[in-house]
Design a protein around this ligand. Sequence first.
Ligand code: TXA
Ligand code: MG
Length: 343
Amino acid sequence: ETKVIEVDPLNIEEEKIKEAAQAIKEDKTVVFPTETVYGLGANGLSENAVKKIFEAKGRPYDNPLILHVSNVKSFLEYTYISYTLLEKIERLLPGPITFVLKKRGIVPDIVTAGKDTIAIRMPAHPVALKLIEYADVPIAAPSANVSGKPSPTMSEHVLKDMFGKVDYIIIGGKVEFGVESTIIDLTQGKIPIILRPGPIPPEKLKEIFGDITIPEFAYGKTEPDYIKSPGMKYRHYAPNTPVILVEHDDANTMVKKVLEEVKNYKNPIVLCLKEHVDYYKKHNINFDTIGSETNYYEFAVKLFEMLRQYDEKVDAMIIEGIEDKGIGIAVMNRLRKASYKIK
Ligand code: TXA
Ligand code: MG
């Protein structure tokens, strides 16, 4: 039996959050909105509670979770971190970024899949922050999708994936970013490594940390190092319908490549940039716009929504890519992983 609670993030009714927070205290599972994607949470200090997350998602136990906290002090409680480092990461808190740090013994092994490091994040979404505060424990949470599906960015997605599998679902509207948090590893020497690109772009991280390593796999072009990034070995962001990605280029080149691909399918849809709409209209091709050259945030927030919307409705999704810059790196990482063919 799943209880659905609706809240307006701009005018939160405290009583509703308190009820869900009480459920967290009782080792129950609660789906909640964050500024990136919806999360599937439970008491991060309770092995019994965290087990329910893995069960509901069908997630392999060797894929560790992110511990969500509501204040800076919690970083000292659950990780080993120097004050100099804490001062740096504080500049990014709260926000769409996760830090991998050495873990303290109080965090149960089930959260970190037995590793001695922990992924920890302080989300900026008011509902998430209040839920953690009232629960008075950190909340372990992966994205609230069934394992292997695109992360949920809208209430419809969480209801479809999680209704009947969790105790509570808090509906709080559409998310702000639509791609999962940036993950940086701060345990491998002095230079932080980007394990997963996200809304906080490398330029911002360079401002704070100086140097930063962006491995090839962060672009989604090669396989990652599974020891450092255990979750990455599982297929992600993949709809059932084939996704064909056309890498970013000048308009004529991209459109030409798209038109070549269209010929291979009976009922494809082209997910294109606004700037190219006229070409597809002219050729009488089934299309939808996913973003524009001038606003990559819009592309990010529509990405998983589109992948879900057209899944199994067409026989191929042919998607125009964007440049590997800013949040575009995160978008292209997800798209390259979702696509069957890399162009
Ligand atoms: O935006 C987000 O980060 C969302 C919201 C709900 O906070 N959460 C999310 O969680 O995307 P999840 O579980 O879908 O992705 C977390 C990733 C996984 O790939 C996992 O393997 C990795 O973080 N991870 C967790 N702990 C780690 C660790 N100690 N070292 C390296 N990677 C870790
Ligand atoms: Mg996930």
